[in-house]
Ligand binder design. Structure first.
Ligand code: SAH
Length: 371
């Protein structure tokens, strides 16, 4: 049987797994064993699930698979960030980035192969949309990265944060994304709970509303990057569909559902000479004020340049002045330090880029690097 005909169990909920195993006449607890094997022990083959009877393991090998992605290459940045370039069984690129910091790890995963949105400053846009990733392909990215960094099934010394900020628009693959996050939050599995997760969207208005109604939902970030429709139309064509006023109204609906103490984020990519003036910072603060948005912070992301992109990051003084202007108007603003720029792993740089120097590290070397 070909891999693609086998069921990918990593994308199944516990209920679906139970149903699948029920077809082999297996009781419910077997589904729990397989779920733990896949997600808690992060096993990549059924043969290693030695708590299952041998006959069942063989049946599973025949009809199912724990893994559909292959790691094609891996790049390690001088700052410790790693970029994994993987392939789906049907040959579409999937990119995932591991970003270590002192007391936590962040994994930036992709929701789609390529991207349909044509944000002018983003390299991923140049790929176009290849296809939505399945639930299993989303979950498997995280399993693959954790196994690579900490060894197969190895304990993770820090908490893992997830950001849906890789390739693609998460809200255009909403159902698969939400299901993947549910699977990953299971305390018998990866146990990455929603408040450790941030989903970033260009602002698909109906999906922001749908998202705000979810019971256990992750944090939200909205990519804004311009304070006026005129400029945003040009930078992010999605703005022609939903204007800034529509987007802010949806953001306000979302804000009303925040729990005490929670905030949400607007991302603003700073493009030298394009959207980085003091006047534009004032306009940005005014837009938030107009819509009564108070429980927000702005993440300022200096542009990560690439040869095919006609933009460059502003001077550091300009970035600081933009930030101070926002703060003086009562808006919290933070500057995001770029990570992994040298290996094309930073925001907006994921374009399945092959480089001359992929690294093949063994697990022990890898662990040393991050500890
Ligand atoms: N499609 C979603 C998820 C991707 S998140 C979204 O756009 O929100 C990636 C973030 O990186 C977005 O905030 C995007 O605006 C930003 N970005 C894109 N290209 C960039 C670049 N070249 N430099 C810095 N940030 C960039």
């Amino acid at each position: 049987m070909f891999v693609s005909e086998r069921k990918h169990l990593t994308g199944m909920s516990r209920g679906e797994l139970a149903e699948f195993l029920n077809e082999f006449g297996e009781p419910r607890y077997r589904a729990d064993q397989v779920f733990r094997g896949l997600h808690q022990r992060r096993l990549q083959s059924f043969q290693e699930m030695t708590d299952l009877p041998k006959a069942l393991r063989e049946q599973l090998c025949e009809s199912a698979t724990p893994s559909v992605l292959t790691v094609e290459s891996k790049y390690v940045s001088e700052d410790g960030t790693r970029r994994f370039l993987m392939n789906t069984a049907d040959g579409n690129p999937v990119e995932t980035v591991f970003i270590p910091t002192e007391n936590r790890d962040t994994i930036c995963f992709s929701s789609q192969s390529g991207c349909a949105l044509k944000c002018d400053f983003c390299l991923t846009a140049k790929l176009g949309l290849l296809r939505n990733l399945t639930t299993g392909e989303i979950v498997e990215q995280i399993i693959t990265v954790l196994n690579d960094v900490y060894g197969p099934g190895g304990e993770t010394p820090h908490g893992t944060n997830l950001v849906a900020m890789g390739a693609g628009e998460p809200f255009m693959n909403f159902d698969n994304l939400i299901k993947a996050l549910e699977i990953m939050s299971d305390d018998d599995g990866l146990f990455i709970v929603p408040n450790r997760v941030t989903v970033s969207t260009v602002g698909i208005v109906p999906k922001i509303i749908e998202f705000s109604k979810l019971q256990r939902r992750p944090n939200l970030a909205i990519s804004l990057s311009a304070p006026t429709d005129e400029l945003r139309d040009r930078l992010m064509p999605i703005n022609k569909r939903w204007k800034i006023d529509d987007l802010m109204a949806a953001a306000k609906t979302f804000e009303r559902t925040l729990k005490p103490g929670e905030r949400f984020t607007f991302e603003y990519v700073l493009l030298g000479g394009v959207n980085d003036s003091i006047e534009q910072a004032r306009k940005l603060a005014a837009v938030l004020r107009k819509h009564g948005l108070h429980r927000v912070k702005i993440n300022l992301i200096p542009h990560n340049p690439a040869e095919q992109l006609d933009y460059h990051p502003p001077e550091i003084d300009t970035v600081e002045a933009f930030k101070r202007t926002l703060e003086s108007l009562g808006v919290s603003a933070y500057v995001r330090t770029p990570r992994g720029r040298d290996i094309f792993a930073a925001c907006g740089q994921l374009a399945a880029k092959h480089e001359a120097n992929p690294v093949k590290l063994t697990t022990s070397e890898t662990a040393e690097l991050t500890l």
